[in-house]
Design a protein around this ligand. Structure first.
Ligand code: 13P
Ligand code: SF4
Length: 319
């Protein structure tokens, strides 16, 4: 009988499809993917690939970004329910009302947002390019940053730049416990603490390295003087970390209580069986209505241009 992995390989060939997977997917999904990465890398690869079909094993906003950047491709997601708490915290009407309070400001929106919210945004950022994007914004422009308040507060402090923050958060990263992290550090004084900027400030204060998933993975790969790492991000990242550093002790930062809350419930909706089904039926495919897509593409294009070192122009007053 044909194995699940063999089925995926056959269907990929049949449809000339590529599979992209985020670091938070399970190890078995990362292993069948053509490319694994953080949200910026997946958006860049999705745009660059020539395959007419791209299956994104991640969450829906990531697939929407690929679709917005490459409208002619069929972009599949294994499960359309793979949402994100940041998307849930920033419904279009609420974000629009907030944005309207500051019409002179530029709206900088984390890619962890819906296409509709992107359509009322001036520039998008990911956690790996946010500093570069913010540095490109003229100093005399007021900045709105949403929907992740922790990432926004971290960037405002690091860049010494005032920003008005939208009050959203990631339900996974806010559950890392500063108190329990402090206790764990006492037991592992040699360990380097790595944290994603979606964590609360009290956790970030204890971190030696703060960055995107790919930045944290790079630290583990390249910092060979260190053999112990405490990692405050979703546990899918350990798959690549363990592979890169089998010699190192890799400990996940503790969450509040005894829940499995440092797993993203949305990322973990994806399974190999759902990937087979999606490639067999070419569904579910993400679709963004044309009127929203035309506007939502602009902040993503601006983000990609600045990331590539190209100049951009900034819009005036929001109306
Ligand atoms: P990265 O951009 O660092 O991959 O993060 C995406 C994300 O959803 C973090 O929770
Ligand atoms: Fe969204 Fe948090 Fe899951 Fe990332 S880890 S996809 S921010 S809910």
């Amino acid at each position: 009988m044909e194995s699940t992995v063999a089925k995926i390989q056959r269907l990929k060939k049949q449809h000339n499809a590529a599979i992209l997977a985020h670091f938070y997917e399970t190890g078995e999904i990362q292993d069948i993917a053509d490319h694994v990465g953080d949200s910026l890398y997946l958006a860049q690869m999705g745009e660059k690939l020539e395959n007419p079909v791209v299956l994104l094993a991640g969450v829906v906003f990531m697939a929407e970004s690929v679709k917005l950047l490459s409208p002619r491709k069929t972009v599949l997601v294994p499960d359309l329910n793979a949402g994100c708490s940041l998307v849930d915290h920033s419904p279009y009407d609420k974000y629009l009302a907030w944005r309207r309070q500051y019409p002179e400001a530029l709206a900088v929106t984390y890619v962890n947002s819906s296409a509709a919210v992107k359509s009322i945004t001036d520039v998008c950022v990911t956690s790996s390019n946010a500093e570069k994007i913010l540095a490109a914004i003229p100093k005399d422009r007021m900045i709105l940053f949403g929907p992740d308040r922790n990432l926004g507060a971290y960037l405002a402090k690091k860049l010494n730049r005032d920003m008005i923050l939208y009050p959203g958060s990631c339900e996974v990263h806010v559950l890392f416990s500063a108190k329990r992290l402090f206790e764990l550090k006492e037991k592992h004084p040699q360990a380097l603490v790595l944290a994603h900027p979606e964590c609360d400030e009290a956790v970030l204060k204890q971190a030696d390295v703060i960055g995107s998933t790919s930045r944290l993975l790079d630290e583990v790969k390249t910092n060979t003087r260190i053999n112990e790492f405490i990692v405050a991000t979703e546990d899918g990242i350990f798959h690549q970390m363990r592979r890169a550093r089998p010699d190192a002790l890799l400990i996940q930062a503790p969450a509040e209580g005894s829940c499995a809350c440092n797993q993203c419930p949305y990322m973990k909706l994806n399974t190999l069986d759902k990937i087979v089904h999606s490639l067999e039926t070419l569904s579910p495919a993400v679709d963004v209505p044309a009127d929203i897509a035309d506007q939502a593409r602009l902040p993503l294009d601006r983000m990609m241009a600045i990331t590539a070192g190209k100049p951009v122009t900034w819009p005036g007053r929001f109306c």
